[in-house]
Design a protein around this ligand. Structure first.
Ligand code: CTP
Length: 414
């Protein structure tokens, strides 16, 4: 990427710079100037101990915005909610061992740690610490926890520390911090111009007005995909079966109940879409007849429920498609690759995300998932257990790659 191109990446972006009480706090002043030089607007949030190293006034003058330090003042203006809500990224530099621990376990006892819990944008953390703290098992564990949740933790540089020792603990060079921010913002914009239709959740097939057949899908994977596509610049329509999840902001949500309603909603949006991702666990069977009134247990001692197959939505969409990329999911309990490969071909898909739903810590209801992504021409890539949001981003990256190659077969190489 040329210098001009990379400088432009941060132009007009809203960043939150968190500064904590490390001797390296003065370097955040230089970082702020550089980010402003790139055309970003930067809100600075300081911990109380950071103000012992650099005054809020210094940041205030350079950022042109009031600096937030006090949780109670922030609460009055709801800044702990509104500032990160509009941010493209939050960077904590320097980050002490204390803030890493708080972020890892979810403590919220000051305005910065509270913001770290409310922010939904990418979070980048640049630790700085002395005296071998970086290698302490507690710090190592916290960094691992943060990374597993998708937080980008920049390893500190090795060199002379404030104590006079040599070791790993110096705040990462400013250029590394800026590059990490640029990479995060760039990946957020790579779906600009895309129109993404996502399905999520289970469907419910009525037996009578109070009973239905359904499945264990929580909708979390589909919602994570819708949010990731939105955050990366796409217009998103989410067609969702009944779930307990809050509708994502900035996404058009269409709520449906049955497979039939889901098919209807998807068909209506299909021509608009450039990419369709079917993460919903659509019913395969539905009661052949639905009673108009609640079935009474006394009416017959036993009865058989007669089922018919529900429409296979993906196959129907596939038959109608023009230029849309079609991505399906395969929820399997055995012979993952064989079943997923068969579905990929049978449903005429470009890509299928195969899940072993029996895998510990992944699958239905979990916040995490593991998958193997398969493409039409035999590409295969495995993703270990990770938060669904990270897997969502990985799926989107593969779809973009496929589009950019103009051949619905490739996968990125590591
Ligand atoms: N799907 C669909 N319509 C259905 C059933 C499934 O569009 N009536 C879609 C799902 O959204 C998913 C893909 O097809 O993207 C595969 O779903 P899955 O339940 O794994 O497989 P099925 O086709 O239902 O096959 P089986 O139940 O036999 O495994």
């Amino acid at each position: 990427m040329g210098a001009d191109q990379s400088t432009a990446l941060l132009h007009g972006k809203r960043l939150v710079l968190g500064v904590t009480g490390s001797i390296a706090a003065f370097k955040a002043v230089g970082l702020l100037r550089t980010l402003k030089g790139h055309g970003a607007s930067v809100s600075v949030v300081m911990t109380n101990s950071a103000t012992k190293f650099v005054t809020p006034l210094t940041f205030e003058v350079l950022s042109g915005e009031p600096v937030t330090v006090d949780l109670f003042q922030a609460h009055e203006e709801m800044k702990h909610l509104t500032v990160p809500e509009h941010a493209h990224a939050v960077i904590v530099a320097p980050a002490t061992a204390n803030v890493l621990a708080k972020a890892a376990v979810g403590l919220a006892d000051d305005v910065l740690s509270t913001m770290l819990l409310t922010a939904r944008c990418p979070l980048i953390v640049a630790p700085a610490m002395d005296g071998g703290m970086w290698e302490h098992p507690a710090v190592v564990e916290h960094v691992k926890m943060l990374r597993s949740r998708g937080v980008i933790v920049l390893d500190p540089d090795v060199g002379p520390l404030a104590s006079g020792r040599i070791g790993q603990g110096r705040l990462a060079a400013e250029s590394r911090i800026v590059e990490a921010l640029q990479a995060s913002v760039a990946s957020q914009a790579d779906w600009l111009g895309q129109r993404v239709l996502v399905s999520a959740g289970p469907t419910q097939e009525a037996i009578d007005p109070v009973r239905f057949i359904s499945n264990r899908s929580s909708g979390k994977m589909g919602y994570a995909i819708a949010e990731a596509a939105r955050d990366r610049g796409a217009e998103v329509v989410l067609v969702t079966g009944p779930t307990a999840l809050a509708p994502p902001s900035g996404v058009k949500v269409i709520s449906v109940v049955s497979a039939h309603e889901m098919a209807d909603a998807l068909f209506r949006q299909f021509d608009w879409a450039t990419v369709v991702i079917m993460a919903a666990a659509v019913a395969d069977f539905r009661p052949k007849q639905q009673a108009g009134h609640k079935l009474k247990k006394g009416s017959s001692p036993a009865f058989a429920l007669e089922l018919e197959t529900a429409p296979d939505i993906l196959s129907m969409l596939s038959a109608r498609r023009t230029t849309q990329i079609l991505v399906g999911f395969a929820a399997e309990t055995e012979r993952l690759i064989a079943h997923a490969t068969a579905k990929l071909a049978a449903k005429g898909l470009d890509m299928i995300v195969a899940n072993d739903v029996t895998k510990e810590g992944a699958g239905f209801g979990s916040d995490d998932n593991a998958a193997v992504i398969l493409t039409r021409s035999g590409g295969q890539k495995e993703f270990a257990v990770m938060p669904k949001r990270r897997l969502a981003d990985a799926i989107l990256t593969e779809v973009r790659h496929l589009q950019s190659m103009g051949q619905p077969s490739s996968l990125t190489t590591e």
